[in-house]
Design a protein around this ligand. Structure first.
Ligand code: TMP
Ligand code: ASP
Length: 238
């Protein structure tokens, strides 16, 4: 399988073709980046942790009936996924005030929202992934009105399932980013990854960050935080 062409290399993953034209192989890298690639490092073992956590979460989402691209975990660092065309929107769901929203709206970090706040960002590195609204999405023809409704509905369901899953693991799901794609039948599926690279997760008792904020803001050992998350979710240990 390793001889098949690499179709795309992103900051944290490589995507390869497989012998099945509708299936891709995703290989998680050890690279860590933040602030649109301005901060970079290689953290040995990070690829494995994200693959294990992401595989586990996608499986749980399948069990809960949330349509997603995951097919199966292939190895410690690889998974098979359904081929989709990624819709260039980053969908952020927030339960607790943190990160860029604290700055943008002058909120107090840690403030809990009664209802989740959903935001859309235009996935475009050159523009720095700007915050956009539904009018921008319609004008740029990024997604149809119907697709956006589906995206909001899936994002809300993911939030419900994951908030519960993480709560069982004594973790608070503060916020997370999702990406969606269109499959062969043009149906919208959850895609990309769901991992501590793309979620904020705080320890319920201590409030400490166990996610990529450890790397972004030099708060501590990233792999240690990710290992804690994997262990608490009952995933494959090293
Ligand atoms: P933010 O508070 O920096 O806007 O981030 C919100 C959530 O989205 C947080 O869980 C981290 C995640 N995220 C990504 O996965 N990729 C990104 O490029 C950014 C900016 C945030
Ligand atoms: N994912 C983005 C980057 O790699 C930003 C971030 O997650 O903070 O630069």
């Amino acid at each position: 399988m390793t001889t098949e062409a690499c179709l795309y290399e992103g900051k944290a993953k490589r995507i390869y073709e497989t012998s099945d034209k509708n299936v891709y192989r995703v290989a998680y890298k050890d690279d860590a980046t933040a602030f649109n690639g301005e901060k970079k490092d290689v953290l040995e073992g990070k690829g494995r942790l994200n693959n294990e956590i992401s595989s586990l979460i996608f499986s749980k989402l399948h069990e809960a009936g949330v349509p997603n691209h995951f097919v199966e975990r292939l190895s410690e660092t690889e998974q098979l996924v359904k081929k989709v065309d990624i819709i260039p929107i980053e969908v952020v769901v927030r339960n607790v005030a943190a990160g860029s929203l604290v700055k943008r709206l002058g909120l107090k970090r840690g403030e809990r929202f009664q209802d989740p706040i959903i935001e859309f960002y235009y996935k475009d590195d050159e523009l720095g992934d700007p915050l956009i609204n539904t009018d921008h999405i319609a004008y740029l023809k990024i997604a149809t009105e119907e697709e956006l409704l589906t995206i909001r509905e899936i994002a809300t369901r993911v939030n419900r399932v994951l908030t519960f899953l993480f709560k069982e693991a004594d973790l608070i799901l503060v916020d997370f980013k999702l990406e969606f794609g269109r499959d062969e039948a043009n149906d919208v599926l959850l895609a990309d990854e769901v991992s501590p690279d793309t979620c904020r997760l705080w320890d319920e008792q201590t409030g400490e960050s166990l996610d990529k904020d450890l790397f972004r803001f030099q708060l501590g050992d990233l792999n240690k935080g990710y290992e804690t998350i994997l262990t608490r979710l009952g995933g494959n240990q090293s």
